[in-house]
Design a protein around this ligand. Sequence first.
Ligand code: MCN
Ligand code: CUN
Length: 785
Amino acid sequence: MSTTEERPIGFGRLKRKEDARFIRGQGRYVDDVQLPGMLHGAVLRSPYAHARIVSIDVSAAQQHPKVHAVLTGRDLDGLGLAWMPTLSMDTQAVLATDKVRFQGQEVAFVIADDRYAARDALELIDVDYEPLPVVVNARRALDADAPVIRDDLEGKADNRIFDWEAGDRAATDAVFARADVVVSEEMLYPRVHPAPMETCGAVADYDAVEGSLTLWSTTQAPHAHRTLFALVARLPEQKIRVIAPDIGGGFGNKVGIYPGYVCAVVGSIVTGRPVKWMEDRSENLMATSFARDYVMRGSIAATRDGRILAVRVDVIADHGAFNATAQPTKYPAGFFHVFTGSYELEAAHCAVTGVYTNKAPGGVAYACSFRVTEAVYLVERMVDLLARELDADPAQLRLANLIRPDRFPYEAKTGWVYDSGDYETALRKALEMAGYEQLRAEQAERRERGELMGIGLGFFTEAVGAGPRKHMDILGLGMADAAELRVHPTGKAQLGISVQTQGQGHETTFAQIVAQELGIPPEDVEVVHGDTDRTPFGLGTYGSRSTPVSGAAAAVVARKVRDKARVVASAMLEVSADDLEWERGRWFVRGDPDQGATIQEIAMAAHGTVELPKGVEAGLDSETVYDPPNLTFPFGAYLCVVDVDPGTGKVTVRRFVAVDDCGTRINPIIIEGQVHGGLADGVGMALMELIAFDEDGNCLGGSLMDYLIPTALEVPDWETGFTVTPSPHHPIGAKGIGESATVGSPPAIVNAVVDALRPYGVRHVDMPCTPSRVWEAMQGRGAPP
Ligand code: MCN
Ligand code: CUN
């Protein structure tokens, strides 16, 4: 563990390469793609959350002078495409045939000369719906009288999707039975939305002569999407090219395949012209995925003197109308296992039941690390509730129970092996940066004056970087990533990667990884991504897996090049390879440092005429596939200070201290940017964001006037710090950072809000802690004594 920033060549504070084009407005997004003869598609969506489709009449729309084709579920049925497989091995309607199952569901697709005509023609389609009873409350989805949503599934008589558990139920019950103190609470991690600045869309260009498809699309996983299109549309995979140009934010929203993409592809096949589909903001918020929606009942057991013994939790997971959640196949609740948190426990158990409701499908998106968000929120709220019950200081309670550094690698009670950690140092650092003692003194003074100040802590451990591939796959595709490094004769390099930046700066940090390993300037390394024709296969960017998996591949492939360079250098210098030593950027003769060759000289020689040993091929190019031996387990300690207006219930985040540990830090500027963004996300979820529904299943969060996202006005100046505990199994010791702050910040903020409301006896407030909810919580318990 160290707390100073090392700046060797390669790693360090390098400005983002990609920003040169972004700040000039030169980024190229899917909606910037213009092809000759391109047509535009628009989706007709259901106004009902649950209704039988009696009939669809498209004749008037077809007669619109600018319309080229109208697709319905029946048309797709004829092609075997009315339903598509989801990432959770369920099926999802591309265009509804029998019923609509959530408001905003795709019913028809119009293809016209321009997007205005396509939208106009939607109004000419006449659909006769027969409304059905609706269930939007996950707790009620399993009631005997709840309407069955998925009557398309054979033999399905209820809304249960799966039952899944982890940990040891009997052992946990036994520990609870003998514990001095048990605290329980029901809490909701509400449905929120990733809401990236760029909505989802695609341009499909099918070439009937070649039988080939080029698809520009907003995708976080171009290679996986190509394979899925090959399987679903039964197009030969080598004839499919998926291009992800610049992506304007993904946050998990762009992991799945949406009906609009499929309709664009079919539209191009049917019309023989390129077809663009780009959703608007309301479509994105209402229909294109969601995040969270976990109803959790947690319990924590402890001794009277504050040793945490066990945690247990029962969850109802609301997956909406189709189970389209993105997660490794074996784990229907993602990595919720890490609900045991960062604490040494004797036992733990969780049970998760997935249910269908009449809400949009998708899920596990929005910087979630595959449900680690929900797990961390649960355990960190429980620890605070326990502190309150024991009348203990929440910081002291955590310090006393955090897993000690000498316990790593640490096997958690759910079987996961945390790779490395020094939790106490991180928490002490956060407390010190915040001035914890003084804050508590200030709080006491303010309380005297009737002011509501709250201090909230959150400690988290994440599990990111899926695979290993033998344990983790998505629809059978093992979670590994390849990298391809070409070194040109002049010593400039091109790195092809399978992951996909959506704003995380891979063009910069991945160049830095190669630079670090080869000792060449990062400017000399061009990172190629987002085009299946130009990059090797891999599973893509989500779950903060790019650095843990693809970043490892980049380091490994660079080391292969370095090894090859050694052989070439030995031929150039006419010495044995064993007598060569490496220093940044060159191989030299041991004991005679003047005798050596730089990587650039070696590259030229490798492409030149120097005689190479038998069996050694010319050039330095190399490739690799990286299969991670384990996940990486980044962690952090967060502290939030809030002020609550006693008159209105309005919460203001006054300060936020975040100490993160993502192992070896490649580029601190980018890391800080990731953390700042994630913290802002946390403020949004904790205080503002909610995709709400009324009883009829009408989505009440379908615009950015109703779905509030944070701006600079709602967030404080972030105070960030870090520690460095490298991952022992990662080639450069790096762990992921992309989702840490989104995972870690909501519990710190809610803990602070509840702490502020202590004089009112408030135990818990569900997110988002809006003024009205906070106000109600204050009223519920009467005025302070
Ligand atoms: N990094 C580093 N040192 C480390 C770890 C990471 O310098 N020890 C750098 C990486 O090299 C990379 C960035 O930080 O440039 C994030 O890396 P990583 O943690 O590997 O995460 P991913 O690149 O896989 O990004 C995915 C993650 C996810 S899952 C969501 S959701 C999210 C997030 O990233 N979506 C984002 N951050 C986002 N940031 C932006 N701007 N836009 C999104 O859509
Ligand atoms: Cu879960 S949101 Mo990110 O993993 O793409």
